[in-house]
Design a protein around this ligand. Structure first.
Ligand SMILES: *Cc1c(COP(=O)(O)O)cnc(C)c1O
Length: 382
């Protein structure tokens, strides 16, 4: 059997060991140190924001953002429905109440009209949410201008979940920099990885200092260990940050490589009937973290699941798109605002959606293999 082809495998630059060695040489193994400081600096510079605070995961970055915005038990928080569960779990950590918003077809991300409808209704009943978590799916920036305008109208703070969109751009501005806070993930399957980790970014330096305090057990300034607030052990280690420094140096190359992967799939498969690739909104640049598309079985003669199975038999990993959170058992009964009163876009994207292997280190012949398996299957069934 040939080696397994993953959806998105880690891709090292070769410089990681240098920074790890530096930490070892200085015996800066535990917790903070130069790699952490430098990694935070280059993340902030890359995204043109005032600062970054690096943590153990993207999830913990979202949790800290909620804490910094003062989110408490029974507060309402808006969140995109079509996303990974990690976008919304921190809402539950805080004992707050999620409200899910559907996607729109142009970016697959949060629908501005549905958001406006939700906030209008919540305003009427005096239940306005404290914050909105806006996700940029598979690297594609959401309609940030419209979404931020609506949130500003209702004085709702914004957390931009850019876990999948590091390096993407919206009207020339880096994804993740539009809200009060942005978060990135360096989990093993993301466009760059530290094996596990995340970052919180903001132009509010004071808030970032507070995040570092909360992320190190909220220790008061006293010789003895004194604590007045609830804290966490969320800070990134100096070793892990060393990997991050080397990874961020080649981020733009990784974006180009992922976009090339997308381009090849598009050129080879977009002519097949019923194959619709995830669009790239005009004025935006997606990092194309994953190549995503929908397959309409009525036109294609195959379902996305047929394709996933056929690839699986050849030891190739493909996946459906995220199961929308409003359909997850964990969030049963949570309010949901669809695109139109009786039409849910994310349900349809989930039903027909497909993510293809998109790693930046995927060999051209591996991608050829994926493409020919799909073409063969479609031919067989038609
Ligand atoms: C990966 C991911 C996260 C969480 O990041 P972790 O580092 O795995 O905690 C959050 N939101 C989205 C959309 C993600 O894809």
């Amino acid at each position: 059997m040939e080696n397994k082809l993953y959806l998105s495998a880690p891709h090292m630059s070769g410089n990681e060991q240098k920074y790890i060695q530096e930490a070892f040489d200085l015996n800066w193994i535990a917790p903070l140190g130069n790699n952490v400081n430098e990694f935070e600096k280059i993340i902030a510079d890359y995204n043109s924001v005032a600062g970054a605070s690096v943590v153990t995961s993207g999830t913990s970055a979202i949790h800290l953002a909620l804490r910094l915005l003062g989110v408490e038990e029974n507060d309402s928080i808006i969140c995109s429905s079509l996303t990974f569960v990690a976008s919304a779990n921190p809402i539950l950590y805080q004992g707050a109440k999620p409200i899910f918003i559907d996607s729109e077809p142009d970016t697959w991300n949060m629908c501005p009209e549905a958001l406006r409808r939700a906030l209008k209704r919540l305003n009427e009943t005096n239940e306005l949410p404290k914050a909105a978590i806006i996700v940029n799916l598979y690297g594609q920036p959401a309609k940030m201008e419209e979404l931020i305008d609506i949130c500003t109208d209702y004085e709702v703070s914004v957390i931009e979940d850019a876990a999948e969109s590091l390096g993407s751009e919206y009207k020339g501005q880096k994804s993740g920099t539009f809200g009060d806070f942005g978060i990135f993930s360096f989990n093993g399957n993301k466009i760059i990885t530290t094996s596990g980790g995340g970052a919180l970014i903001s132009n509010n330096k004071e808030a970032l200092d507070k995040s570092r305090f909360l992320a190190t057990q909220a220790r008061d300034n006293a010789l003895h260990y004194q604590h007045s607030e609830l804290g966490y052990n969320y800070r990134m280690s100096n070793i892990v940050a060393g990997i991050g420094r080397a990874q961020l140096e080649i981020l733009d190359l990784r974006v180009q490589q992922r976009r090339n992967v997308y381009k090849r799939y598009y050129e080879e498969l977009s002519n097949l009937p019923g194959f619709y690739f995830m669009p790239e909104l005009e004025g935006t640049k997606s990092n194309r973290w994953l190549t995503a598309l929908t397959v309409d079985p009525n036109e294609a003669g195959v379902t996305s699941l047929d394709i996933i199975e056929a690839l699986g038999e050849e030891n190739i990993e493909a996946r459906p798109v995220w199961k929308p959170l409003h359909l997850q058992p964990l969030f049963e009964g949570v309010p949901y605002y669809p695109h139109q009163e009786n039409y849910s876009v994310s349900d349809k994207l989930f039903k027909y959606g497909l993510c293809l292997p998109s790693g930046s280190n995927m060999e051209a012949e591996d991608q050829e293999r994926v493409i020919s398996i799909i073409k063969e299957l479609v031919k067989e069934r038609n």
